[in-house]
Design a protein around this ligand. Structure first.
Ligand code: ADP
Ligand code: MG
Length: 344
């Protein structure tokens, strides 16, 4: 007969960490989200060897008080929600209080931080989930986190890491999603000392400025091909850009959907997008879009998945129709007709 036993907390924590931190890009995503939540206007990301050797993220956000540093790396500790009711009105990117604990569990982790009212900063080191004491450290207001030797103590995970080139691709993608969601924040990304992205903070998040950020991320040619779309239905605002059918791609990687400032994936809305282009695209071709949905937070559940990539809408059907209708209408006007596909 097998015996049932409670797992030691070190194993429990590694299992939990595995849900949130899959690869270096997951670390970058979580740390960037924290920087945005902290109100940073500037965030610098330095990566060495695809993020396996080093991920360093510095922000000029609100910082963490020295005596709260140990709590910040404790699982299920957060400053962003306080009660279950708050789950229905999450206004921040984070709220589960898992990311720092998970990252510190599977790496050599150093966090330096200083709040605006503190005379100096403090530092906390955690190696494989084991924290040292908080020590004083000189640093500017904000937070810097260094993550070294990711998965050094999780050999199975380490085996699944790809080449630095592949990992930096995933990191760039994770950064793009957050940079689209926070156009007013200045982001930089460097890999092995070479600058990959330098995205100046824009004066507003309005569509013309958003187009500028899209151009910096994906190239001016794509930005220039985009046509604005906008609609509002019962408190749900849809705004953004789509490209005409002649600008389609062989994969859906240039389809970005933000919900209340959070990049999400939603099969139903992707389907609606496909339907909007029905008859205009060959099979196997995907339209380009950058869309933002804004709605009262109580109309959507973001607590569906640890990485929060998937959400659940209260009225998915209505959203589907709004997206389909807004984009389809655009195509029925003449401005998006591909050359030579004159539909009358
Ligand atoms: P969550 O973001 O879900 O709250 P995290 O584990 O990512 O959980 O972070 C734990 C807490 O640490 C946050 O709630 C926040 O108070 C603090 N924190 C983390 N990163 C930063 C940062 N860059 N600047 C300021 N505070 C931070
Ligand atoms: Mg977080």
């Amino acid at each position: 007969m097998p015996t049932i036993r409670a797992l030691p907390s070190s194993v429990v924590n590694k299992i939990a960490a595995g849900e949130v931190i899959e690869r270096p890009a997951s670390v970058v995503k979580e740390l960037l989200e924290n920087a945005v939540d902290a109100g940073a206007t500037r965030v610098d990301v330095a990566i060495e060897r695809g993020g396996v050797d080093l991920i360093r993220i510095s922000d000029n956000g609100c910082g963490i008080a020295a005596d709260e540093l140990p709590l910040a790396v404790t699982n299920h500790a957060t400053s962003k929600i306080a009660s279950a009711d708050d789950l229905f009105r999450v206004g921040t990117l984070g709220f589960r209080g898992e990311a720092l604990a998970s990252i510190a569990e599977v790496s050599r982790f150093v966090m330096r931080s200083r709040t605006a009212d503190a005379a100096s900063g403090a530092e906390l080191r955690v190696h494989g989930g084991v924290a040292e004491g908080v020590a004083p450290a000189g640093c500017p207001v904000g937070t810097t986190i260094e993550v070294r030797d990711l998965f050094y103590n999780v050999p199975v995970r380490q085996k699944f890491l790809r080449t630095p080139g592949t990992e930096i691709g995933h990191i760039t993608e994770a950064m793009s999603r957050i940079a689209l969601a926070a156009p007013q924040t200045h982001f930089t990304l460097s890999h092995n000392g070479r600058v990959v992205h330098d995205l100046p903070g824009l004066p507003t998040s309005e569509l013309p400025h958003w187009r500028e950020r899209i151009g910096r991320l994906f190239g001016d040619e794509i930005a220039a091909a985009l046509v604005p779309v906008e609609s509002e239905n019962q408190g749900v605002r849809l705004a953004g850009f789509v490209a005409g059918p002649h600008e389609s791609r062989s994969n859906n990687r240039l389809q970005y959907l933000l919900l209340n400032g959070r990049a999400i994936r939603d099969r139903s809305l992707q389907h609606a997008l496909g339907e909007a282009y029905r008859g205009l695209l060959l099979t196997g071709r995907y339209p380009i879009c950058f869309l933002r949905l804004d709605m009262p937070p109580e109309l959507v559940d973001v607590n569906v998945h640890p990485t929060k990539l998937e959400v659940r809408f209260q009225d998915g059907g209505r959203l589907y129709s709004q997206l389909l209708g807004t984009i389809r209408t655009k195509f029925l006007s003449t401005d998006l007709k591909a050359p030579g596909t004159d539909g009358g």
